[in-house]
Design a protein around this ligand. Structure first.
Ligand SMILES: [Mg+2]
Length: 303
C-alpha cells in the first residue's frame, strides 16, 4: 500500500509523531498541524486518505470535513476522524458528515493500523472497479475511459477510410458558481440533465457522447464534416439553454448554458496516434468559445 499518501491533521505534536510512527512504511505521510496547512497540502499533494483531528484551535474537524465534502475535487477523499471525545454522539456526527471511520485517542496501535489499512484497501478496490467500468456513475453515460477506447477505434477507422472525424468538447458555463450558489446536489442534477440532452441530440448509431470529467463532456461524430458538426453543436447549445434551468449567478444568461469547442479532421495516414493533438485542438476551440463570451460554439482546424 506504499503507493498511497496519507495526510495526518492534528494540532498536537505528540499525536502527529505517534501516528507517523504507526503508519510509516505503509504509506507516504504528510503532516498538518491546523486546517489551513491541511487545505494547502490537500490542494498541492492530493492525499488518498486523511486522518483528521476533531478538536483543533483554528477550525474544528467537523468544519474541515464539511468544506471537503462540498468541493468536487476533494469530496471523494476518505476521512478518518481522530477523536478523544468519549461521547458516541460525536462519532455519529462525524459519520453523518461523511467520515469513513474514526479512531479514538489514546491510540491503540493495532486498531489504528487496521482501520487505515481497511480504508486503503477500499480505495484500491474502488479504483480497480472504476478502471473496469465504462459508465460514468453520476450521469450514466459512457465515461472518459470508454471515450478514449472509442476515439482510438474511430480514429483508426476514419484513417483507413480517409473519412472525416469530428470531435466536440462541451463545458458547462460558470458551473462552479452554480454549485456554490445552489449546492452540489443541484449541480449533479444539472450534469445528469445535460448528459441526457446531449444523448438525445445524437441520432446516428456511430455518434458517441461521454462525460470527460467534472462538468466536461465530449461528442465524437465519425464521418461528419465540419459544417454539419458545427450546426449540430449549435443546436445542442440552444437545446441546453432552452431547458431553462435557472442560473442566477451566470453573467451569460439567466439559464444554465454550455460552451462547445470542436474540430474536424481526416486522420492523416502517415501518423499512427496523433490523438492527443486532435483532442487538444478541440479543447483550444472550447477555450476560444469561452473567451468570446460563452454559450456558443467555436469550431476550427489545428493551427
Ligand atoms: Mg486536537
Amino acid at each position: 500500500m506504499s503507493e498511497f499518501t496519507v495526510l495526518i491533521v492534528d494540532d498536537e505534536t505528540l499525536n502527529r509523531t505517534l501516528l507517523t510512527e504507526l503508519l510509516r512504511g505503509e504509506s507516504r505521510i504528510l503532516l498538518a498541524k491546523n486546517a489551513k496547512q491541511a487545505f494547502s497540502l490537500i490542494q498541492r499533494r492530493k492525499p488518498d486518505l486523511i486522518l483528521l483531528d476533531i478538536l483543533m484551535p483554528d477550525m474544528d474537524g467537523y468544519e474541515v470535513i464539511r468544506i471537503l465534502k462540498e468541493d468536487s475535487q476533494t469530496r471523494e477523499i476518505p476521512v478518518i476522524f481522530i477523536t478523544s471525545l468519549d461521547d458516541p454522539r460525536d462519532e455519529e456526527k462525524g459519520l453523518a458528515l461523511g467520515a469513513a471511520d474514526y479512531i479514538s485517542k489514546p491510540f491503540r496501535p493495532a486498531i489504528v493500523q487496521a482501520r487505515v489499512r481497511n480504508q486503503l484497501k477500499l480505495i484500491h478496490q474502488r479504483r480497480l472497479l472504476e478502471e473496469l467500468a465504462r459508465i460514468d456513475g453520476l450521469t450514466e453515460i459512457p465515461n472518459r475511459r470508454h471515450f478514449t477506447q472509442v476515439l482510438t477505434k474511430e480514429w483508426r477507422r476514419c484513417q483507413r477510410q480517409q473519412s472525416p472525424l469530428s470531435l466536440a468538447v462541451v463545458d458547462v458555463d460558470h458551473f462552479k458558481a452554480y454549485n456554490d450558489h445552489y449546492g452540489h446536489a443541484e449541480g449533479d442534477q444539472v450534469l445528469r440533465t445535460i448528459a441526457q440532452t446531449l444523448q438525445k441530440s445524437l441520432h446516428r448509431a456511430s455518434d458517441f457522447v461521454a462525460r470527460y470529467g467534472g462538468e466536461e463532456f465530449v461528442l465524437l461524430l465519425p464521418e461528419m464534416e465540419a459544417p454539419a458538426a458545427t450546426q449540430l453543436a449549435q443546436s445542442i447549445c440552444q437545446a441546453v439553454e432552452a431547458l431553462r434551468i435557472p442560473h442566477s449567478r451566470s453573467p451569460v444568461s439567466p439559464w444554465v448554458t454550455i460552451s462547445i469547442g470542436g474540430t474536424t479532421e481526416i486522420p492523416p495516414a502517415v501518423h499512427q496516434e496523433p490523438l492527443r493533438d486532435f483532442f487538444d485542438t478541440a479543447d483550444a476551440y472550447l477555450y476560444e468559445a469561452k473567451r468570446r463570451g460563452r454559450n456558443q460554439v467555436c469550431w476550427g482546424k489545428a493551427h
